[in-house]
Design a protein around this ligand. Sequence first.
Ligand code: HEM
Length: 288
Amino acid sequence: MCGTPSVVTAPAPGVGSTCAGVRDIGPQVTHVPKLTYGSYLCIDDLLSLQRPRSDPPHHDEMLFIVIHQVYELWFRQLLHEIEAAMRSLDADDLLRAQKHFRRIHTIQRLLEQQVDILETMTPQEFNAFRSRLDPASGFQSAQFREIEFLCGAQKTAYLTFLEPTSDERVRLERRLAAPTLYDVLKALLARRGYATQTSADLVASYKTIYENAEQHYDLYLLLEDFIEFDERFLLWRDRHIRMVERMIGMKPGTGGSLGVAYLEKTLSKKFFPELWAVRTELGNGAAY
Ligand code: HEM
């Protein structure tokens, strides 16, 4: 199935030609290659992972499974990028951190847009297989909670929904014990001489940075990366809620919550509240 062989087959001469009489049919494989597209990416394994439960299979259940799996893959990449951004900040390499944030924001935009695909399914189509999902729910996505925990929204109550010895629970407990993205930002600011002890300290420090951007332009841009991350997370939450309301109205969720009424409350979750609070304090600044 999914190995790590190493030989890549070279294309045969003339490959890719568009000359008259030559059909462009891609690389000409002259022997069975050890490493192929399929073996490197474990495509056989990947395609064996979509297992609809409706019987007979409902056409739209495939979309429902695929879209959730795609989200989980992007969650994985987000965790990978956030961890890398944290390492860069620990090393005071703000330029590199900025590069990671650019990718993070691009993925976040995609996560929001992907909801459009799900909305090509109507409520009746969803209802045709919804009962098969009970009691599974995105609420139980361990990677989603890992992102929340890693960024500083650490609600330990979520742990109780996971088996004590499961890998997911172990991963979340590890996240709880580790520094968060916000901790790393505060440590960086402290190294630069800013007060970070209390919420009021942080707002005052952010105000100084925003009002004197020319003196520490790298920090100023970094704060904008942080607020953008937080805003895009909230935009996904909001997009998901509107889609849920369109799909199930005010019905309770398969995960056992009140559904939309529960989800609306999560909109108040901000990873970096002081970065929002400082906006109220800002006046005119120089344009850059
Ligand atoms: C037809 C599509 C969907 C419906 C009707 C739906 C519905 C819901 C509902 C009602 C909840 C609240 C918990 C519960 O009682 O179940 C929830 C939570 C959640 N859903 Fe969805 N969802 C859908 C698609 C998705 C997709 C594609 C994702 C992507 C991963 C997702 C991720 C989540 C997450 C992460 C939560 C937890 C939010 C939080 O607690 O802050 N959902 N969903």
